[in-house]
Design a protein around this ligand. Sequence first.
Ligand code: CAA
Length: 262
Amino acid sequence: MNYETIIFEVQDGIGVLKFNRPKALNAINEQVLQELNDAIDKVEKDSSIRVLILTGEGDKAFVAGADISHMVNLTPLQLRGFSRKGQETLFRLERLPIPVIACVNGYALGGGTEIAMACDFIYASENAKFGQPEINLGIIPGFGGTQRLSRLVGKAMAKELCMTGKMIDAKEAKEIGLVNQVFPPDKLWEETMKTARVLASKGKVSLKAVKDCIERGFDVDLRDGCYMESDAFALCMTSPDGKEGMTAFLEKRKPEFKGELE
Ligand code: CAA
């Protein structure tokens, strides 16, 4: 598939997906969702990709939300379909077996905050802005915002953001636990790549296990989450990467992780 609304490139095991509608501040329409799904297919199939970074083209926006000009003419059934398609796409992103970093270089509003929250963590530039402003349009978030935001920042803060529709800057987003780290705009990309390279050097099996245990464990009770961890722990210990990591330690050398998932 030729992409018009995103740019997807892979270099040295790091996939970079850029939302590419800068004139519309990278707003999400059906075509973006289709192309995003196609790129996720590619990431799933290409075992050489060890980390994925999502960012926005241009210097103003990560994603300024779902495309209002697209949504305004849809019927209720079409709108439910659009919302579900967005949600399913974000579930796919969240369940990728590799780490996914949101590199937020500007506005991340509505669907933009929702996409960033489906990534494993968020690095933001000092001039990034977050929010769920749907209430100002007389609507509500539709790509999982009411659900992921409350899980990340707590119910009261999620209600305040979704009910007032206010924008918060990157510093405040970090204070409430939405954003992991904030960098000056000219350092954001470099710092994101630095972390991506660190992640790419880790064992793929154990990265997937950490992600699975934290993601799936979050929605079950503590004991079930811990049992899930025991299973993953045993699998990692006996995986080629696990054996290599522990042998390398005992032999006092750096491990070389191959990343087999078997
Ligand atoms: N949908 C469609 N077009 C959008 C857009 C969006 N979400 N956000 C920005 N654009 C377009 C603008 O219409 C404008 O296009 P034109 O040049 O053709 O007029 C262009 O991008 C530039 O935007 P502005 O001129 O508005 O730029 P600004 O600097 O004055 O303001 C902004 C920037 C504060 C981000 C403002 O554009 C804005 O408020 N955008 C809408 C944000 C929003 O409400 N997002 C939520 C959408 S609903 C949603 O996401 C639901 C969901 O959960 C799935």
